[in-house]
Design a binder for this molecule. Structure first.
Ligand SMILES: Nc1nc2c(c(=O)[nH]1)N[C@H]1C(S)=C(S)[C@@H](COP(=O)(O)O)O[C@H]1N2
Ligand SMILES: [Mo]
Length: 195
């Protein structure tokens, strides 16, 4: 298992980022209702890539997966320590599709209409995972099952639940919260909450 609970060291911060409080529960935070997503819904990857990809969760699960232990920080102020997620690292998927040289940003799309953006370099960072399992169980619907993104080095709004697509971009586009004033970079240890 890859342990990312010390990721704060590389950002010169404490394990609990400033302005956060730890919770034992795992709260649910969604902009609306839980969308119904068929387990075999396809994940599409398109844009500035060599080969576009459309694959089911079953196909994704044939890629090399990883189990990781990480903390989860919501921008509204709660952090949940020691979440164990299993999934495919973003770089593995990036290698499959072949990212164009002029690609700079990524926009994640979700089945509830949610989107969130990150610079490509932040998506290639250790710990960015397309996850289908939490604490040994298939990811529940409210936490983004069947498939979500997790971003241990960012506030959790960077991790799209109910992931439907990944758009590789050669210029930035803003996601749902980013259009509403939330930070593009979202580093919890520098409290990058709002722009
Ligand atoms: N598709 C989708 N993904 C989303 C959201 C959302 O509303 N829709 N909310 C984000 C926010 S603000 C947070 S804190 C986390 C919450 O994840 P959780 O509900 O599993 O705790 O999901 C993020 N991903
Ligand atoms: Mo959040």
């Amino acid at each position: 298992m890859r342990d990312l609970t010390d990721i704060h060291d590389s950002f010169d911060g404490e394990r609990l980022p400033p302005g956060q409080r730890e919770t034992d529960r795992f709260p649910v935070l969604s902009k609306g209702d839980v969308p119904s997503v068929p387990t075999e819904a396809s994940l599409d990857v398109w844009g500035a890539v060599d080969t576009e990809l459309s694959c089911s969760l079953t196909e994704l699960q044939t890629f090399d997966d990883e189990l990781q232990r990480q903390d989860f920080h919501c921008v509204t102020g709660w952090s949940r320590f020691d979440c164990r997620f299993r999934g495919v690292p973003f770089p593995t998927l990036a290698e499959r599709v072949g990212i164009d040289e002029d690609a700079t940003h990524v926009l994640f799309h979700a089945h509830d209409g949610y989107t969130t953006d990150l610079p490509l370099s932040d998506c290639l960072h250790e710990g960015v995972l397309l996850a289908w399992e939490l604490d040994g169980e298939p990811l529940s619907g409210e936490h983004g099952g069947p498939l979500r993104v997790v971003t241990p080095h960012k506030y959790a709004y960077k991790g799209a639940k109910w992931l439907s697509g990944i758009e590789i971009l050669s210029e930035p586009k803003r996601g749902y919260w980013e259009q509403r004033g939330y930070s593009e970079s979202a580093n919890p240890w520098s409290e990058e909450r709002y722009v």
